[in-house]
Ligand binder design. Structure first.
Ligand SMILES: Nc1ncnc2c1ncn2[C@@H]1O[C@H](COP(=O)(O)OP(=O)(O)OP(=O)(O)O)[C@@H](O)[C@H]1O
Length: 546
């Protein structure tokens, strides 16, 4: 079947405090510049309020409508914490600043500049060109931007240069906002996106197309995570980590199994980082995400003229691009059988044959495959090749689901909660409110594993923080998954642990307290009674990151 050339889908999200009624200047500018890139990418511009930003971006991600999301400043940073899709920051350059300063000069003699995260390096040199009093502040969250704007206005700065959100904040505070964006910066951003796509294979992210969390940069095929970043102290998880660290040193193929969201990809990235191949590329592909024809050309590459729409000069496949590094085949259980046969050949011969080519090329790769499927069952259904299974299942890592790491649930939740509060500039959620959901968390079966825990922590950060707490919203409304059918049938631990808490060492105390609390279905009073300590001691113990 002929395959047409793949054009990466770039969605530019223009964020505002409140969505404007008419197209904003920034949206118009992006539309205008993107017209020049129609041959290289499909670029769509969407305006959104900050409140709708995340739901919108998540929808784009779940419908696989964006290979890259383009966003400015704090919004890009925020999305990066929440999405798997690649998020690029729309950086402002010196042209943006000069142009904005020229506009500002006509309106006021004192001009404030709000830049995201880092000050403009060129500002000092530019200041000499303008007879203006210029003061620059940086921000990393909406709250900080608001504070800085108010400070500038209180100090008599009438014009403030920044992003569309900064401009709206300035307008709301009684100053004038000047947008810092120039067509040149946009071209520069689109150029780098398109060049990357050509360099690294399409689409422009290293993960096709569902993933792409890493930012495309000079070395797009890189692993971001390391063992040190993996959270979790439960014995079952520590045992897997220790095995993975040992396997990282070997070169044999690894098969990682485990439910969705247990951290299989994180483990694969960490192994690459700790392996002798760490300087080589880490190339990841989701085998379930692409139709068979596309997956084949992405994996194996093609020669010039191999099919209608193929790129002139041909294209290397991801297997070739992983040369000297690691190839991570996620969702291997969903790979079409015809491709399994071709992959088997690569694993046996360590060479790859591009589509339309006669001569195979030698490749030096380490393969890590992952799946949430029951591969033996797939073999029985003839949906997975038995010989491929044995080629993959050399070093095996079975990642435990979260419900089997009960001692990890509370510390992981606390760590994620703190991260979300920090990212949103919110004060930490109060123990009092968080305490209410603890029993529910310990009872829940966590079918979505770490991913689900991240979602709960994000909701808790938003709604249980002192600022966001709303008495009208009850727990069943806020966390319906804890109350849905099935949750009640969550795995229950045996009522075995009754040792006196004071007799145990500190780390053991923590693990023990959590275990007992789980046994008591989260009933603090009952746990305190069994452990022979006060209710608040139980609480202190279970929430500590032992
Ligand atoms: N040990 C861990 N510490 C911190 N975060 C984790 C850990 N394990 C998983 N996560 C987080 O959980 C989410 C899911 O992880 P990951 O994508 O690696 O899981 P997966 O098993 O590969 O999922 P899938 O099978 O759906 O592809 C990610 O956001 C990741 O950051």
């Amino acid at each position: 079947m002929p395959v047409t050339a793949y054009l990466p889908r770039v969605v530019a999200l223009v964020t505002h405090l409140h969505r404007p009624a008419a197209p904003s200047r920034m949206a118009q500018l992006i539309e205008q510049v993107s017209a020049d890139y129609r041959q290289q990418a499909r670029i769509e511009v969407i305006e959104t309020s900050l409140a709708d930003l995340l739901p919108l971006a998540r929808k784009l991600e779940s419908h696989q409508q964006a290979d890259v999301i383009l966003c400015s400043g704090a919004a890009a940073d925020y999305l990066r914490h929440h999405l798997i899709t690649s998020v690029r920051t729309l950086h402002l350059g010196e042209f943006d600043l000069i142009r904005a300063l020229v506009q500002a000069r006509d309106r006021a003699s004192r001009v404030g500049i709000l830049s995201f995260a880092q000050p403009y390096p060129e500002l000092a040199a530019m200041q000499a060109l303008f007879t203006l009093q210029i003061r620059e502040h940086t921000y990393t969250s909406l709250e900080q931007a608001r504070d800085q704007v108010e400070r500038l206005v209180a100090d008599g700065f009438e014009v403030i240069i920044g992003s569309p959100t900064v401009c709206q904040l300035a307008d709301a505070a009684g100053a004038q906002g000047v947008l810092a964006l120039d067509a040149e910066s946009l071209r520069h951003t689109f150029d780098s996106l398109v060049t990357l796509s050509a360099k690294a294979g399409e689409p422009p992210t290293h993960r096709l197309p569902r993933r792409g969390r890493e930012q495309p940069d000079a070395r797009p095929f890189k692993a971001r995570h390391r063992f040190e970043q993996l959270l979790g102290d439960a014995p079952a998880f520590r045992a897997i980590l220790s095995l993975a660290q040992r396997y990282a040193q070997a070169d044999a193929t690894v098969l990682i199994t485990g439910e969705s969201g247990t951290g299989k990809e994180l483990l694969a990235q960490s192994m690459h980082h700790a392996s002798p191949r760490q300087q080589g590329p880490f190339v990841a592909i989701n085998c379930a995400a692409l139709p068979e024809s596309l997956l084949e050309s992405e994996l194996f590459g093609y020669e010039d003229g191999a099919f209608t729409g193929s790129r002139k000069g041909g294209k290397p496949g991801l297997i070739e691009l992983a040369h000297t590094g690691t190839l991570f085949l996620d969702e291997i259980g969903d790979m079409p059988v015809a491709l399994q046969t071709r992959l088997l050949r690569v694993l046996q011969e360590r060479e790859v044959l591009r589509l339309g080519a006669c001569q195979p090329k030698a490749v030096d790769i380490r393969v890590i495959a992952a799946t949430h499927c029951d591969l033996p069952a797939r073999i029985a259904d003839q949906r997975f090749r038995q010989d491929l299974y044995y080629r993959l299942n050399i070093l095996r890592l079975a990642v435990p689901p979260l419900r089997e790491r009960i001692a990890d649930i509370v510390p992981l939740f606390n760590a994620l909660l703190a991260r979300h509060c920090r990212a949103r500039g919110l004060p930490p959620s109060s123990d009092e409110h968080v305490q209410h959901i603890l029993p529910l968390m310990l009872r829940h079966p966590w079918p979505g594993n770490m991913r689900e825990l991240e979602n709960i922590a994000e909701r808790a950060a938003l709604c249980l923080s002192p600022q966001g707490h709303d008495d009208k919203v009850d727990l069943a409304t806020l966390f319906p998954e804890f109350f849905e059918a099935g949750a009640a049938a969550a795995a229950k631990l045996p009522h075995a642990a009754t040792d006196n808490l004071r007799s145990l060492g500190k780390a053991a105390e923590t693990a023990h307290a959590r275990q007992v609390l789980a046994c008591c279905d989260g009933d603090m009073d009952e746990a305190a009674r069994r452990l022979g300590v006060s209710r608040s001691t139980v609480w202190r113990r279970v929430r500590s990151l032992a």
